[in-house]
Design a protein around this ligand. Structure first.
Ligand SMILES: *[C@@H]1O[C@H](CO)[C@@H](O)[C@H](O)[C@H]1NC(C)=O
Ligand SMILES: *[C@@H]1O[C@H](CO)[C@@H](O)[C@H](O)[C@H]1NC(C)=O
Ligand SMILES: *[C@@H]1O[C@H](CO)[C@@H](O)[C@H](O)[C@H]1NC(C)=O
Ligand SMILES: *[C@@H]1O[C@H](CO)[C@@H](O)[C@H](O)[C@H]1NC(C)=O
Ligand SMILES: *[C@@H]1O[C@H](CO)[C@@H](O)[C@H](O)[C@H]1NC(C)=O
Ligand SMILES: *[C@@H]1O[C@H](CO)[C@@H](O)[C@H](O)[C@H]1NC(C)=O
Ligand SMILES: *[C@@H]1O[C@H](CO)[C@@H](O)[C@H](O)[C@H]1NC(C)=O
Length: 439
């Protein structure tokens, strides 16, 4: 199986996790929804500040495998694939990518800080069970299952994790069913299914299905997360059960069937990012929402009819865009991304295999996404992944051309897009809304 090197970077920058300050929410606040502060966790650099290729490859394979699993789940649930041109590929191993990546890893890596100070995870707390077992979780709009590490995990990596002990929770029930994860080192893990009460910042879903995995790959070493909580639609669920937010809404635990994300541009470790459950937080945005319909029944928060422009000139259109809080940068099909950078004055191919391009740092292009309403620009600071070379004249762009196998004209818009806007995800209207950030 051939994977373009571009894949690397894709995942490289991306996973989001959140850190929350949980606790009981007063009734008065409940009616208005509740905000969860998210904390960024630094990730893609070595101690000397260089881009960490190994970590990047681990990220990339994890994300690629996530979407491969999503396609398998969707096919199993619906009997077809969500997008024209989608293909279920093989699960990737980190080694596959390291092999093809040696040129860049051994060559430029020594001297080039590829990525700047970007953080890759936003971590938030979740508690499970009658005895409030606490976990640090990555909230992911690009998947639909919830998993954490089980108490019965004996692997070394599990000693640094919070693990789920179902025996200690009087509300836990063992359930039948299958869950498995394909890790980037080629290993897989099985999970036992349970139902128990799951609480995020005071919002509780009772009898929520989730998986507790019995072993964990070493690729989770140095990664603070204990698991991932999916926020997409039920058709992407491997365990064929309602995701957390769907359960919470069905049980009336949130005032509206809607959640929102704000990712701050603040410094690493800052707590000013937020996941808001049950509505939007007016303190964080201004003006009206540009509400875009979700494409029917694809499982993803996927928005059709998108176009991308460069300095006001349309570069590509007819795109489906998946809004994925679990991915760091933006990805499009290699040919489309090439067309986009062709409209950028002074752009150069940086890594053909990885679909990465550079542009003159002094004159960043104004790249905007549009879904038929307003133009949503990518700020220069979010387009810039770091210097392309020691001269500091050229910067690597955070839009990469990579074959994700999700389908024709399907783009993945991760954190480098979401940081530019306030984003709300509405299950009632089946829309994603974008609003301008309050200054
Ligand atoms: C839970 O309890 C059962 C029997 O009481 C025991 O066999 C099992 O190992 C325990 N599991 C964990 C994760 O402690
Ligand atoms: C779990 O998977 C096995 C085989 O992979 C299958 O026979 C079994 O029916 C599955 N169980 C459930 C509950 O889906
Ligand atoms: C973990 O170790 C215990 C005790 O040695 C063993 O009973 C259990 O099966 C192990 N769990 C896994 C998942 O290997
Ligand atoms: C988990 O355990 C199974 C069975 O012992 C093994 O095949 C698999 O490789 C393990 N996975 C990890 C990530 O250690
Ligand atoms: C972020 O929140 C955590 C937990 O509440 C706290 O320990 C930490 O000091 C906060 N960090 C900053 C920069 O405010
Ligand atoms: C592109 O850049 C070159 C050199 O910086 C400049 O001379 C030229 O005017 C620019 N073209 C446009 C369309 O901005
Ligand atoms: C980019 O274009 C949008 C409109 O398409 C405009 O509102 C914005 O000010 C432009 N940004 C820059 C930095 O020129």
């Amino acid at each position: 199986m051939i994977f373009p090197k571009a894949t690397l970077f894709a995942y490289v920058s991306l996973a989001l996790s959140l850190q929350v300050t949980a606790g009981p929410v007063p009734e008065s606040k409940r009616s208005q929804g509740v905000g969860i502060p998210l904390r960024r966790h630094a990730g893609l650099q070595t101690e000397d500040g260089l881009f960490d290729l190994n970590k990047a490859v681990a990220r990339m394979t994890r994300t690629q495998n996530k979407h491969t699993q999503n396609l398998i789940n969707f096919q199993a649930n619906k009997g077809y694939l969500p997008f024209t041109g989608a293909k279920i590929g093989s699960f990737l191993k980190v080694e596959d990518l390291l092999d093809i990546d040696l040129d860049l890893s051994l060559g430029k890596r020594q001297s080039v800080p590829l990525f700047n100070q970007e953080d890759i995870e936003w971590l938030g707390p979740v508690s499970i069970g009658s005895n409030n077992q606490e976990f640090t979780i990555d909230f992911d709009t690009g998947s639909a299952d919830f998993w954490i590490v089980s108490r019965s995990c004996n692997d070394t990596v599990c000693t640094s994790k919070h693990t789920y002990d179902f025996n200690a929770s009087t509300t836990a029930q063992e359930q039948s069913g299958n869950f498995s994860i394909h890790y980037g080192d080629g290993s897989t893990a099985s999970g036992d299914l349970f139902t128990d009460s799951v609480t995020v910042a005071g919002v509780t879903a009772k009898d929520q299905f989730f998986a507790a995995v019995r072993n964990l790959s070493g690729t989770f070493d140095n990664d603070p997360i204990d698991g991932i909580l999916g926020l997409a639609y039920p058709p992407l669920s491997k365990i064929k059960q309602d995701p957390f937010f769907t359960t919470a809404n069905t049980q009336g635990a949130v005032p509206s069937n809607q959640f929102s994300f704000y990712f701050s541009s603040g410094s690493p470790g800052s707590n000013d990012s937020e996941l808001f459950l049950g509505g939007t937080n007016p303190d964080l945005y201004t003006g009206d929402f540009d509400n875009v319909d979700v494409e029917g029944d694809k499982g993803y928060w996927s928005l059709g009819g998108a176009s991308v422009s460069v300095n006001g000139k349309k570069a590509v259109d007819g795109l489906s865009t998946i809004i994925d809080s679990g991915t760091t940068i933006m990805y499009g099909p290699p040919d489309a991304v090439k067309e986009l950078y062709a409209k950028v004055n002074g752009s150069q191919e940086y890594s053909a295999a990885r679909g990465l391009w550079s542009y003159p740092c002094a004159t960043p292009p104004n790249i905007t996404f549009n879904w038929g309403g307003k133009d949503w620009p990518i700020k220069g600071e979010h387009l810039n992944l770091g210097h392309a070379d020691n001269s500091g004249e050229n910067c690597v762009g955070s839009i990469a051309g990579q074959e994700l196998n999700l389908g024709d004209n399907v783009w993945l818009l991760g954190n480098t897009f979401m940081k530019n806007v306030y984003t709300t995800f509405n299950f009632d209207t089946n829309q994603v809304g974008f609003a301008e950030l309050k200054q």
